[in-house]
Design a protein around this ligand. Structure first.
Ligand SMILES: Cc1cc2nc3c(=O)[nH]c(=O)nc-3n(C[C@H](O)[C@H](O)[C@H](O)COP(=O)(O)OP(=O)(O)OC[C@H]3O[C@@H](n4cnc5c(N)ncnc54)[C@H](O)[C@@H]3O)c2cc1C
Length: 398
């Protein structure tokens, strides 16, 4: 405990000395650094901040030192996160590789794969896309059809993936592919790493209402993928896929509490936009909604903490299973509440008559709905909770 307090003091001092002032401000989408071959830093301070964190080993503090991580404990990594949050420090790197693929590779990848990809993720040399969903396989992911034929030293991949976020800007894509169509659907799936520069890979962007999500459909036309890019065993990719989804859902659950965006928090928005009398919000409905929201956020924060403590104590915890649902639904509630508080000021999509914060609030409102779908929809999360936490019988099951 004393060690932890000592560590916290050191982290605090280091951040104070090394996090540039400009990197302690709420972030806009345009200011996020995503790395990759084609990525560029949005500012000189963003570069400095990323490089300092990388050199300190804090891009991935809990990953092993031999792959570029910090070799720290979960508790220490949590302390770094808490201290960054305390000063509003921006995430130095936004990366699907960092959030999802890296942890899965550390668990399932072989030594060569870890050497090639894990450090490259930390060094922001590669930007990754996720190739899970297909036009006929979203919630029912295991029915995916993108085919990879085993040709001995390589696989021949044919098919397509949909909703692949920013695939047109990515260097690599990790894909679930069907390697055996004759067995039970979960048992014929493999996990492949595919270089986007391989001949036969192409992307077609899909535009969305939020103005922010850059979805693509990604096509594979006779794409040759070297056998060494298979993660885990042939036809055992479903286990890798599920492990990765746990990390994705953890990320989604924390999204709202990560790098602050340029939106006004609900309590502040209430002071700015609502009428007060005798220290109370006049609109009784909004007053009640705001109180409920604050209580819910407090309960979620406590559940996060509980999950973390249970994990540290080696206790099997239900918290990670419920957090994706709770966290993303809370973000949706927050966005709805903000728009209700802001009234007509919350309707600004573009134009100078609205402040950047007001415009961002409306865009995040649209995005918050997407977050309850991405990484497994809320309905699917409830099904998972019903089955795995509450032990309820499955619909149509015995
Ligand atoms: C912002 C965003 C980013 C994404 N990024 C990626 C990405 O990078 N890579 C990738 O592979 N995919 C990505 N996705 C896709 C995402 O994983 C799917 O959208 C999601 O799994 C749902 O699948 P679907 O869209 O096919 O909907 P469907 O599965 O068709 O579901 C439609 C509706 O039916 C409901 N439903 C379906 N089955 C059940 C059931 N059994 N019980 C109750 N309700 C059910 C769902 O909840 C949903 O409301 C992204 C999605 C979003 C929104």
């Amino acid at each position: 405990m004393q060690d932890q307090e000592q560590f916290r003091r050191e982290v605090r001092q280091w951040l104070q000395a090394n996090c540039p002032e400009s990197q302690r401000q709420p972030i806009t989408a345009a200011e996020q650094y995503w790395g990759g071959r084609r990525g560029s830093f949005p500012s000189e301070d963003a570069r400095l901040w990323y490089e300092r964190m990388r050199d300190r080993g804090w891009i991935a503090p809990e990953w092993p030192i031999e792959y570029g991580g910090g070799g720290l404990s979960d508790q220490q990594a949590r302390i770094i996160k808490d201290e960054m949050k305390r000063i509003n420090a921006r995430a130095p790197l936004y990366s699907i590789g960092l959030w999802m693929l890296g942890p899965a590779l550390l668990e399932y990848g072989n030594e060569a794969q870890k050497q090639q990809h894990v450090r490259a993720i930390i060094n922001a040399e590669t930007r990754w896309a996720q190739g899970y969903s297909e036009p006929g396989a979203g919630s029912d992911l295991a029915s995916l059809q993108c085919r990879a034929e085993d040709m001995g030293d390589h696989f021949l991949v044919n098919g397509s993936k949909i909703w692949t976020t920013s695939a047109d800007k990515c260097d690599w894509i990790f894909c679930l592919v069907r390697t055996d169509p004759k067995v039970k659907k979960q048992e014929g799936i493999s996990f492949l790493l595919i270089d986007m520069d391989t001949p036969g890979v192409s992307t077609s962007p899909i535009e969305l209402i939020s103005g922010e999500s850059e979805f693509c459909q990604t096509f594979f036309d006779n794409v040759k993928v070297p056998r060494e890019n298979l993660v885990g065993e042939l036809n055992k990719g479903w286990s890798v896929a599920k492990a990765l989804l746990v990390h994705e859902r953890k990320l989604m659950a924390e999204l709202g509490s990560d790098s602050p965006r340029k939106i006004v928090p609900p309590n502040e928005a209430a002071r700015k936009y609502l009428e007060f009398r005798d220290g109370r919000i006049v609109d009784a409905r909004l007053r009640l909604d705001l109180v409920e929201y604050n209580m819910q956020m407090h309960a979620i924060a406590l559940t996060h903490f509980r999950g973390f403590e249970e994990k540290s104590a080696g206790v099997r915890s239900a918290a990670p299973l419920v957090m994706k649902y709770l966290g993303t639904e809370a973000e949706k509630t927050k966005s709805e509440l903000l728009l209700a508080i802001m009234g007509s000021r919350g309707l600004g999509w573009e134009g100078d008559e609205f402040t950047p914060e007001e415009r961002d609030t409306l865009r995040l409102w649209a995005m918050s709905k997407a977050m309850t779908i991405a990484g497994g929809s809320s309905e699917i999360q409830l099904n998972v909770i019903a089955k795995n936490v509450l032990g309820l019988p499955q619909a149509g099951g015995t």
